[in-house]
Design a protein around this ligand. Sequence first.
Ligand code: PMP
Length: 429
Amino acid sequence: MVVLNYSFLIINSSFFIFNSSLSKMYDIQKIREDFPILSRTVYGKPLIYLDNGATTQKPKCVVDAIVDEYYSVNANVHRGVHFLSQQATNLHEASRETVRKFINARSTSEIIFTRGTTESINLVASSFTDAFMREGDEVIVSVMEHHSNIVSWQIQALRKGIVLKVIPMNDRGELLIDEYEKLFTPRTRLVSVAHVSNVLGTVNPVKRIADIAHAHNVPVLIDGAQGIPHIKVDVQDIDADFYVFSAHKIYGPTGIGVLYGKENLLDRMPPYQGGGEMIKNVSFEGTTFNELPFKFEAGTPDYVGSTAMAVALDYVSAVGIENIAVHEHELVDYAMRRMKEIPGMRIFGEAEHKSGVISFLVGDIHHFDMGTLLDRLGIAVRTGHHCAEPLMRRLGIEGTVRASFGMYNTREEVDALVAGIERVSRMFG
Ligand code: PMP
């Protein structure tokens, strides 16, 4: 068992040595070779995967980590005296440290493992509301939020009568900061906004948004689902009070994600769920809760998922998040330029700071038709409202086609996308 587990660590370390050269030169072919799925075909065509905003593909080291842990280490964490349980616990807690380092949190007490962005936001919505909000208190969100950062608060509105206020945007898809400042009242308790819009690709000025909120003594939650895969995140630099993300959008496994929260807030918030792990002592007379981060981690955690998430973050670090950001920025710039040459092209989201995502419509071709026909060419894009119906209403449309990019996408794939859109456009005359 030990030998197998050790070999798993060696696989990873050799991977680091191999990848350390990438910080000097972005070797896209080498990166692509790490993602086995990228060499498959669909409908006999090479797969062009441009749905990274929905989920990213996984490098081999991430899948290997899952297999290796189940084959060689598997045991429930935290409560076992036996060897395997301790080894599994060590891996799980080492993963927490990897996450801490990745986002530069002060302490692992501030890193809560959840099922993903959605659960992280729901946890804060429920627990923060219970701790700090009364009927009539206000939460500021923005018009470009994903449903998970709208509906979670609406549920609290139904439960406790809290009120949602909405930051508007301009036609380029940039939040109106002057209007944002006007939304604060003595009843404002939290600001909750996306780091990067999953539809427009807008990179919101989260540091400035946090500064303004803090000037009003109001904490800030940043939905980092689309930020963390594309941008270097430093929660202390942003001064985020909460920062949430999903592993599956940053080359990690599904079913696990993170809630970062400042200790002084998390300490004062009640548990979200009850169960094992989150308690100190239980009796029928009364129960005491565990310390952070375990207070918010009821039940058996996804300890294999946490290992695989850490491997994914290490993979990203080895390639270099700054290198990924430069590569993707060039790709999006190139794609925007090429796509704008297509007659009838409408691009939604022209913010000065844009990342990862291009949403578009061509003439009056329905987004669903465009997506379906691109798929037949082997090009995977997403169509629809992208879980952002209020934003669709603001844009006056029902949905878009969305191409979203990852570290492994290439200029040739952008060319294929443009050729595909042109072909579909010709079909529709
Ligand atoms: N927020 C944003 C901005 C997103 O893009 C997504 C996923 N599309 C989510 C939240 C929800 O993420 P998950 O489904 O992984 O919980």
